[in-house]
Ligand binder design. Structure first.
Ligand SMILES: NC(=O)c1ccc[n+]([C@@H]2O[C@H](COP(=O)([O-])OP(=O)(O)OC[C@H]3O[C@@H](n4cnc5c(N)ncnc54)[C@H](O)[C@@H]3O)[C@@H](O)[C@H]2O)c1
Ligand SMILES: [Fe+2]
Length: 356
């Protein structure tokens, strides 16, 4: 689990104090910041950058999250830091799920040999990374609390799942998510909603997961159903929903939407949040209540869910997606039970992909 958690509007202002005890003589803190906050990306830059507690030889690196994190990018960032500094005091990841995952992975690769691709799997990481803190600027993925960092490698899209992966510290400041574009906020927020549906209806469910999942679901409904207008309260609630939703899957698993959307993202580079939404839109058979409620939220919030993404794909491409998806065994088992292979055949999965 995450070592330390701080929550509250304006809590970002305490970052200097929070990281001070972690500073090691002469070694910099590295702020890995979502490129959304850079001048190059958004014109004159965002004021958040001027609020970073930069001291001495600290470094700000803007994370390019045009594509979701790749092992090659993680390796490059870690190697550059090793070449420049030998080692660093810590990595502070500030951004959406992609930037937080990059920060976790780079921290681990500062102290583990080889390539991050060598550690895609379960409990393959042997050494703790350097100190790492996570500060979300989008709410929903639960990457701030999870024990994984999802990476696309040469042969698979799979996380570095390990006891060393969670952040040492997270700073949950809902002010940082204000002004995110409505579509992006919805796609990432739905990642959390879908985590709840998949966890609460799954066969792996237990009281730990249920306790967090039920609360996260209520918060999602408050934000996307009960409210008529986005306000600060929505940012506050969605940030806690993301946290609780992440805690819920920590002791259970995700399900059909994630298993299918992983195939899309592997083949087509479809982003996690939007990919999950495209799939959830077609999952009445597996999550009748969740899919219906999801559609209502799409309508109520005036969101566009793209369709037709699999039109014109070749046999080979369908096969690739099906292979990636069917390979996510624990997700299917959680969703459909021990006999899932009898229920979700390749033909059925193919038909589902064709609907997207
Ligand atoms: N580790 C985990 O447990 C876990 C769980 C779920 C998803 N993920 C990963 O998280 C990623 C998806 O994360 P995400 O949905 O947060 O999106 P993201 O991090 O990919 O960011 C999406 C876009 O929003 C921009 N952005 C970030 N903050 C913003 C802000 N405040 N205002 C406006 N734009 C902003 C980014 O620059 C980017 O263009 C995927 O890579 C996925 O694999 C990880
Ligand atoms: Fe997710």
């Amino acid at each position: 689990m995450v070592g330390y958690v701080i929550y509250g509007r304006g809590s970002f202002n305490q970052l200097d104090e929070i990281i001070a005890p972690q500073r090691k003589d002469g070694r910099p803190m590295v702020f890995l910041v979502d490129h959304f906050f850079s001048a190059a990306y958004s014109g004159d830059g965002k004021p958040l950058v001027n609020r970073m507690p930069v001291r001495g030889n600290d470094k700000i690196i803007f994370a390019d999250v045009t594509f979701e994190p790749k092992t090659t990018y993680v390796d490059k960032l870690a190697q550059e830091l090793k070449d420049e500094f030998g080692t660093v005091s810590g990595i502070i990841g500030i951004g959406g799920g992609s930037t937080m995952d990059l920060a976790k992975a780079v921290s681990l690769m500062m102290n583990n040999p080889g390539s991050s691709a060598d550690y895609q799997g379960w409990d393959l990481v042997k050494q703790p990374g350097v100190y790492k803190a996570g500060i979300p600027t989008l709410s929903g993925t639960g990457a701030e609390v999870s024990r994984t960092t999802v990476l696309t490698g040469p042969t698979k899209k799979l996380g570095m799942n390990s006891d060393f992966t969670p952040f040492d510290q997270i700073v949950l400041d809902p002010e940082l998510t204000a002004n995110a574009p409505a579509n992006q906020r919805f796609y990432t927020g739905m990642d959390c909603y879908i985590h709840c549906i998949e966890s609460l209806t799954g066969t792996y469910l237990n009281e730990f997961s249920k306790s967090y999942g039920e609360k996260a679901l209520l918060l999602c409904r408050d934000v996307f159903i009960n409210k008529d207008r986005w306000d600060d309260d929505c940012d506050d609630k969605l940030m806690m929903a993301s946290y609780a939703g992440g805690m819920s899957i920590a002791y259970s698993q995700v399900g059909v939407a994630h298993a299918v959307s992983y195939g899309l993202s592997y083949l087509l580079g479809t982003k996690h949040g939007i990919g999950n939404c495209m799939v959830m839109n077609q999952l009445e058979e597996y999550y009748p209540e969740g899919a219906a409620e999801f559609k209502w939220m799409v309508e109520k919030n005036n969101i566009e869910i793209p369709a037709g993404i699999c039109n014109g794909l070749s046999e080979e491409q369908f096969d690739t997606m099906i292979n990636v998806s069917i390979g996510m065994k624990p997700l299917w088992e959680n969703a459909l039970g021990k006999d899932w292979e009898k229920i979700m055949t390749r033909e059925k999965l193919r038909a589902l992909y064709e609907k997207l």
